[in-house]
Ligand binder design. Structure first.
Ligand code: MV4
Length: 506
C-alpha cells in the first residue's frame, strides 16, 4: 500500500495538519478547494491544488466523483479525509479502494458498522464493554408508539431518544416520562430523517450528570491495538465540544486501565484499523458506558499528541502503508504532560455564539513554551459562511493541570484576532471559573457559567492602530481621495504608536 502522494479531501486547519505530517515524512500533497477557498492556507501550503466546485459542501468537498478525479489527475496514491465532510462516509472509503487509492482510515465495512449506532452498541456488548441500558435494534418508522412505550417502560425513565444513523448528539431528545414519549418520538424521527436520511431511533436510559470521556486508539493491520490516555470532553455547547483536556481529573489509574482495555477490545472485535475513538459516558458513581465510536481522526487529537508525544497523523499514514505499530503500550497509557485545548470559533459570545464571518484583518497567534496553535486561517482572508467557523485550536500543555491552565491563559491573552468576533474572550473568562479550576464540570457548565455573568458583555478587542489606518486608507480611496495616504504599512503605523506612547507618558 504505497503512500507517496496524498490528496487531502478537506479544508481548514485539518488540511493544514495533514499537509504538515506528510511534509515531515517526505510525502507529496494535493489540496482541493471550493471557490471561496482559492487562496486559503491549505491551498497555499500544498504542493499542488485543484478546484472542485462552488462553495456549498454538496458541490465541492462532498463530491466523491470530483475528489477521485483529482486524485487520478494528480497521480495521488492515497487520500486523507480529515474529519467532517466525507471522513465517515463508507461510500467514499469504498470509492477510494475501487479507484486503487489507499484510504487513510478504517475499512468501509467498519465505517458502515459503526455508523449504525445500534450495531455499534451490539459490537460493544459483544466485546464485553458496558453500554447504557437501552435498545440494540433500530426503532424504525414502522414500530408503533405503543410498542416503543412498552420498551421504554421496561428500560425505565428518564430516557434519551437518539438517531441510529446520527451521532454526536444531533437529533437527540430527552424523555422524562410516558407523557413526553409520543411528541419526542415524532420530533426525533423527523429530525433524524431530514438530517441523516434515516428516521430510525433507539432508546437509552438517561444518565443525569455524566461526564463525556473518550479513548483515542490506533490499530494496525497486524492485530495490534494501542489505546491512549483518556480525553475529558464534558465541556460542550449544543453538542459541540468546546474545551477538551487530558488526562481527566475524574479518571484514576485503575479506571484508566479498565476503560482503555474495554475500548481496545471493542476495536479488536470489529477488526478496526487506523485511528479511531471510543466515546463513553462516565457516571457519578464511576461506572463507564460505551456511547459510540468515531471512525476518524478527531478535532481534539492534539491533546493526546501533547500528552503522549505521539504524532497521530503520521501514524495514520504509517498504518495505511501497512507498517506495524511500534508504540510501547505502557507508555501510551502513561501521561507525560497535562494538555488542554480551546476551540476558537468565529462566533460572537455576546450574541448566543452566532457565527461572525468576515475578513480577518489581524491575526497574531500566541507562541512560547507549551503552546500550539493549529489553524487554517490567515491574516487578510475571510472566514466563509459555508463551513464550520472554527478558526483555530489552541493547545497548551505542562507538567500538571494548573501549569497547563496558566499557559493557556497566557496564550489567550497574547492571541490577537481583529476584524471578526471570536470566542477567545469567552475562554479568557471560563478559564478563571472556580468550578473549571476545580474540575467540577458536567453537561451544564457553559450554560450555568454564562447565566452567572447575567449578560455582561465579553471584552472583544477594539480595532488597533494598524486596522484603523487600513480602514482610513480604504475609505479615503473609496471616497475619491487621490493617492493613498501612507498608512497600512508599518512605518506610518509605528508613527501612530509612537504618538500614542508620547501621549501616554505626558
Ligand atoms: C447522553 C447523555 C445522558 N444520557 N446519553 C451524547 C452525545 C454528546 N454530544 C452528548 N451526549 C449525551 N448522551 C445518555 N444516555 C448526555 C449527553 C450529553 C452530555 C454528556 C456529557 C457531557 C456533556 C453533555 C452535554 C449534552 C448532552
Amino acid at each position: 500500500m504505497p503512500v507517496t502522494k496524498v490528496l487531502i479531501a478537506n479544508r481548514g486547519e485539518i488540511a493544514v495538519r495533514v499537509i504538515r505530517a506528510c511534509r515531515d515524512m517526505g510525502i507529496a500533497t494535493v489540496a482541493v478547494y471550493s471557490e471561496c477557498d482559492r487562496t486559503a492556507r491549505h491551498v497555499r501550503m500544498a504542493d499542488e491544488a485543484y478546484p472542485i466546485g462552488p462553495n456549498p459542501p454538496r458541490e465541492s468537498y462532498l463530491r466523491i466523483d470530483a475528489l477521485i478525479a483529482v486524485a487520478r489527475a494528480s497521480g495521488a496514491d492515497a487520500v486523507h479525509p480529515g474529519y467532517g465532510f466525507l471522513a465517515e462516509n463508507e461510500d467514499f472509503a469504498a470509492a477510494c479502494r475501487d479507484a486503487g487509492l489507499t484510504f487513510i482510515g478504517p475499512s468501509p465495512e467498519v465505517i458502515e458498522q459503526m455508523g449504525s449506532k445500534t450495531a455499534a452498541r451490539q459490537a460493544a456488548m459483544a466485546a464485553g464493554m458496558p453500554v447504557v441500558p437501552g435498545t440494540t435494534t433500530p426503532l424504525g418508522a414502522d414500530v408503533p408508539d405503543a410498542e416503543v412505550r412498552r420498551i421504554a417502560e421496561s428500560i425505565g425513565y428518564p430516557l434519551m431518544l437518539k438517531a441510529v444513523s446520527g451521532g454526536g448528539g444531533k437529533g437527540m431528545r430527552v424523555v422524562n416520562g410516558p407523557e413526553d414519549l409520543s411528541g419526542a418520538l415524532r420530533a426525533a424521527r423527523s429530525e433524524a430523517g431530514s438530517a441523516f436520511g434515516d428516521s430510525a431511533v433507539y432508546l437509552e436510559r438517561r444518565l443525569l450528570r455524566p461526564r463525556h470521556i473518550e479513548v483515542q486508539l490506533l490499530a494496525d493491520h497486524h492485530g495490534t491495538v494501542i489505546p491512549f490516555v483518556e480525553r475529558e470532553c464534558s465541556i460542550q455547547r449544543r453538542h459541540q465540544k468546546v474545551i477538551e483536556e487530558s488526562p481527566s481529573l475524574a479518571v484514576s489509574p485503575d479506571l484508566r486501565r479498565r476503560l482503555t482495555s474495554a475500548a481496545a477490545s471493542v476495536a479488536a472485535r470489529v477488526g478496526y484499523t487506523n485511528a479511531g475513538t471510543i466515546e463513553c459516558l462516565l457516571d457519578e458513581d464511576g461506572s463507564f458506558y460505551f456511547l459510540e465510536m468515531n471512525t476518524r481522526l478527531q478535532v481534539e487529537h492534539p491533546v493526546t499528541e501533547m500528552v503522549s508525544g505521539v504524532d497521530l497523523v503520521q501514524w495514520q499514514i504509517r498504518i495505511a502503508r501497512g507498517e506495524r505499530l511500534t508504540i510501547d503500550p505502557e507508555a501510551a497509557l502513561t501521561p507525560r504532560a497535562h494538555a488542554i485545548e480551546c476551540r476558537i470559533y468565529a462566533e460572537d459570545p455576546d450574541n448566543q455564539f452566532l457565527p461572525s464571518p468576515g475578513r480577518i484583518l489581524r491575526l497574531q497567534a500566541p507562541q512560547g513554551p507549551g503552546v500550539r496553535d493549529d489553524s487554517g486561517a490567515t491574516e487578510g482572508l475571510a472566514v466563509p459562511i459555508f463551513y464550520d467557523p472554527m478558526i483555530s485550536k489552541l493547545i497548551a500543555w505542562a507538567d500538571d493541570r494548573p501549569q497547563a491552565i496558566a499557559r493557556m491563559r497566557r496564550a489567550l491573552r497574547e492571541y490577537e484576532v481583529h476584524g471578526i468576533k471570536t470566542t477567545i474572550p469567552f475562554f479568557r473568562w471560563a478559564l478563571d471559573d472556580a468550578d473549571f479550576l476545580a474540575g467540577r464540570f458536567d453537561t451544564a457548565f457553559i450554560d450555568r457559567t454564562l447565566a452567572e455573568r447575567g449578560g455582561a458583555p465579553f471584552d472583544q478587542p477594539a480595532a488597533d492602530d494598524e486596522t484603523l489606518a487600513a480602514i482610513a486608507a480604504a475609505l479615503h480611496l473609496a471616497l475619491g481621495g487621490g493617492t493613498a495616504p501612507a498608512v497600512g504599512v508599518t512605518p506610518a503605523v509605528s508613527a501612530w504608536r509612537q504618538q500614542a506612547r508620547v501621549e501616554a507618558l505626558r
